[in-house]
Design a protein around this ligand. Structure first.
Ligand code: ZN
Length: 247
């Protein structure tokens, strides 16, 4: 495979750009804001579940309170009716009077029991309301934190996207100036060699695998015509000779 030395150097430029693009893509994937957003979102989901549970408990409690309230009304109405009958003076039978008084007393006891129950319900309701309020305030705080994290993520992504677009433009300017067969080989190597298809030979060392070339290999590379595309014997990457190669 042939490519003049200037073309080989441009391949190194493209490699540098591609490595930048890879780093930008990795940065985009691993933005700390993404993990933060995930964490905040699941916290928010959990807290929303909590709120639904507390709201359901409050609704159930409200229904029980209403039932108790209705029962208190019934007991009061019945006691008032009994009292009215008692006060009317129309009941003359002492047996009937006694029954009525005993019923009024029993209704009063029932009313007190029911009212105690209502107080207990109110206390439970207050506790639940306080819990719901605390959850709502946590929810607001988390929502605000999430919005901030989303804003930071979007800003970071926009910056990465701008930088990526600039690198792509540079790449698009270089790519058409390279021979198709060299680019094809470079791409194939990049795909199988951790993103590095072309490496510089610096002071007898391949910058792709960082191994020093053996004496024999070095002599072969030095002897190869300048427009020959040589490969590292160790990692098989395209090895580009420069003035720093030590040949
Ligand atoms: Zn190598």
């Amino acid at each position: 495979m042939k490519a003049d030395p200037a073309t080989q150097l441009r391949l190194l430029d493209m490699q540098a750009i591609d490595s930048s693009l890879d780093r930008l893509a990795a940065r985009r994937r691993n933005l700390p804001e993404l993990a933060e957003i995930d964490k905040l979102s699941s916290q928010l989901a959990a807290i929303t579940d909590d709120l639904v549970r507390v709201s359901t408990e409050l609704r159930d409690l409200g229904r029980s309170q209403k039932k108790l309230d209705d029962e208190v009304d019934m007991v009061r109405a019945r006691a008032a009716r009994d009292q009215k009958r008692l006060d009317s003076g129309q009941i003359t039978s002492s047996r009937e009077l006694e029954n009525l008084q005993s019923e009024i007393a029993s209704l009063a006891r029932r009313q007190r029991t029911l009212e105690d129950g209502m107080l207990e319900f109110m206390e439970v309701a207050e506790g639940l309301e306080a819990r719901a309020a605390a959850i709502r305030s946590d929810q607001e705080r988390l929502e605000a934190e999430l919005a901030t994290a989303v804003g930071r993520r979007d800003a970071a992504m926009a910056e990465i996207d701008n930088e990526t677009a600039a690198r792509r433009a540079e790449r698009d300017a270089i790519a058409p100036t390279l021979p198709a067969d060299v680019v094809a080989l470079y791409e194939r190597l990049r795909a199988t060699s951790a993103g590095v298809g072309a490496a510089k030979l610096v002071r007898r060392r391949c910058e792709g695998c960082h191994l020093e070339l053996s004496g024999g290999d070095l002599r072969d590379v030095a002897a190869a015509p300048a427009d020959e595309v040589v490969r590292c014997e160790e990692c098989r990457r395209i090895l580009v000779r420069t003035t720093e190669s030590g040949l």
